[in-house]
Design a protein around this ligand. Structure first.
Ligand code: NAP
Length: 226
């Protein structure tokens, strides 16, 4: 079991991109970080443990939830970061619904099933935070045509954020959606901002005080219209 004052976070989809950078930054602070991945992962300095985790697979998620309880007895922070299908090649009017299903399975249901599986450990944690890594692409306020699978899945993730925040508020668990901005990763492509800035936008929601906001949608610490 970890020392009682050690902070423990799980980051999903943490083998590359923003998830990897969030993992690096938390580990650099001295946190224990469970690097959730369905692939091989690069070595990260610090107290970083690879946790096999395919967020779209019920059995994988259930096994990860049990492993966290068995090994650590608790979890303080969950960052639901894994996502797929920024489908710039599609339009809603003739979208391939298989792609839409896949996006929902990972971007919405992935975050949902991981949250459910980690709640027993989170309920034993301290200063608990759930951060759903979302996107302004999921904002109904600014939504237009295009990227239908991605946009609809992120709008649904935002709705889930509201539901979980309300339900977990009595337990003191803060649940927020964080947009990292346009970031130069495999998903974002060239031209976006450095991955460190995207990760910082996510970490702002990790670092909220216990009386901080819950059920919000933020980028760089500022509210984003739903
Ligand atoms: P990325 O570079 O494409 O990385 C995505 C990560 O998710 C990878 O580690 C990938 O793992 C993982 N993943 C996908 N499906 C998974 C599954 N079923 N189980 C476990 N892991 C899975 O994307 P990114 O830019 O870092 O994006 C991170 C988050 O930021 C996402 O939620 C994204 O929607 C959001 N976001 C990004 C931008 C941007 O401009 N980049 C803008 C707004 C929001 P594999 O290597 O195994 O595929």
């Amino acid at each position: 079991m970890p020392p009682p004052d050690e902070r423990i976070a799980l980051v999903t989809g943490a083998n590359r991109g923003i998830g990897l950078e969030v993992t690096r930054q938390l580990a650099a602070r001295g946190w224990r970080v469970l690097l959730g991945t369905r692939s091989t992962a690069p070595a990260v300095p610090g107290a970083v443990e690879v946790l096999p985790l395919d967020v779209s697979d019920d059995d994988s998620v259930a096994a990860a939830g049990q492993a966290v309880l068995d090994r650590h007895g608790r979890l303080d922070v969950l960052v639901n970061n894994a996502a797929i299908h920024y489908d710039t090649w599609q339009r809603g009017v003739d979208a391939d619904l298989t792609v839409v299903h896949e996006a929902m399975e990972t971007n919405l249901f992935g975050a949902w099933r991981v949250t459910q599986a980690m709640l027993p450990a989170l309920r034993r944690g301290r200063h608990r935070r759930i951060v759903n890594v979302s996107s302004e692409g999921g904002s109904l306020a600014s939504m237009g045509g295009g990227t239908p699978a991605y946009s609809v899945s992120k709008a649904a993730l935002n709705a889930l954020t509201r539901v979980l925040a309300a339900e977990l508020h009595p337990e003191g668990i803060l649940v927020n959606a964080a947009c990292p901005g346009w970031v130069a990763t495999d998903m974002g492509g060239p031209g976006g901002r450095p991955v460190g800035e995207g990760a910082a936008s996510v970490l702002w929601a990790v670092d909220l005080p216990d009386d901080g906001p819950t059920g919000g949608f933020f980028r760089d610490g500022h509210p984003v219209p739903w």
